[in-house]
Design a protein around this ligand. Structure first.
Ligand SMILES: [Zn+2]
Ligand SMILES: [Zn+2]
Length: 137
C-alpha cells in the first residue's frame, strides 16, 4: 500500500517513510512522531522474547480514549495503552487497524526499557549457566 499518511497531531503535515533498524515506518518532520503499522513494533524494537504488541494491547482500557485519531482509519479514535503494564510509557493504539502512534522519544524509551529487561533478569541466569557449564566435572 502506498497511501499517504498525514500526522494525526499536525493535521496537514504529510509523514514521510523512513527506515529505522531495517524497517519502514512513517515519521513526522514537524513533531517527530512515528506511525507504526501492525506488526512493526515487534520488528523495530530490539529483539526480545514474546510479542511486544501483545504486551501493549493486553492492557488498554475502554475509558482511555486518546485525542489522537488514527491516521489510517481517519475517524477512529485511538486508545491509550501502556507499553508493558508496569511502565509509564503510554502509546496510542488503533483498535481497528492495530497501528501504533509514538510521540517523539517514545521509541527511545521503549528501546531503553527493552534493554533493561534484557540486562536485569537474564544476565544473572546467563552468568550462572556459563559458570556451571565451565565447572570441571
Ligand atoms: Zn506531527
Ligand atoms: Zn486505524
Amino acid at each position: 500500500m502506498n497511501n499517504k499518511i498525514f500526522c494525526p497531531q499536525c493535521e496537514s503535515q504529510e509523514m514521510r517513510e523512513e527506515v529505522i533498524h531495517g524497517l519502514k515506518v512513517h515519521i513526522c518532520d514537524k513533531c517527530g512522531g512515528l506511525w507504526l503499522d501492525k506488526g512493526e513494533l515487534n520488528g523495530i524494537a530490539h529483539p526480545i522474547e514474546g510479542d511486544l504488541e501483545y504486551c501493549s494491547t493486553d492492557h488498554f482500557a475502554e475509558d482511555r480514549v486518546s485525542d489522537v485519531k488514527c491516521p489510517v482509519c481517519k475517524e477512529e479514535k485511538m486508545v491509550k495503552v501502556n507499553f508493558i503494564h508496569y511502565t509509564d510509557i503510554i502509546l496510542d493504539y488503533c483498535k481497528k487497524c492495530h497501528g501504533l502512534w509514538l510521540n517523539r522519544g517514545e521509541l527511545d524509551a521503549i528501546n531503553a526499557e527493552i534493554d533493561r529487561l534484557h540486562k536485569v533478569p537474564e544476565s544473572w541466569d546467563h552468568r550462572i549457566m556459563v559458570f556451571l557449564s565451565k565447572l570441571p566435572f
